[in-house]
Design a protein around this ligand. Sequence first.
Ligand SMILES: [Zn+2]
Length: 159
Amino acid sequence: MAKCECGCGEDANRAQFLPGHDQRLRTALDAEVGGLLPLRTLIRAAHAYFDGNLNDQTFTQTVRAILSSTRLPQSAETGQSTCRDEILECAQAVTRQSGLDHFTIPEIISCMAKRGSRYAESTIRTHIVSRMCANAPDNHAVTYRDLERTDRGEYRLLR
Ligand SMILES: [Zn+2]
């Protein structure tokens, strides 16, 4: 006696599924990754990774981007991360990866896009160049002293 693989808890006797329940599992798997197209993206990424056409980092980013977008409705209830939070996380990720103490705006925008951020590029820029930048030219816009602009137009975390 084996339980039906769809997770319904019924006995499927010697089969893997009760009649029609393979379709239930397909639907559930689709839903788990946000639909048929993300499922295809995930499978293609897995193949490309297996074939060596995708490096670890790109594969990880793809998986994160797909799975993080499926969690958006949930995080909306529990309080989504702010643009500032995402910038700080990306700044740490970028500098950890580069081994440098500074980062650029395009690096942050690209990092946030890969993570499936809901923030527009202009919002991210505004945060970096003024709201979060301790030495921003427009000083009254500074809300958080998280970053510092270097004389080469790069940015550095202050903490
Ligand atoms: Zn079943």
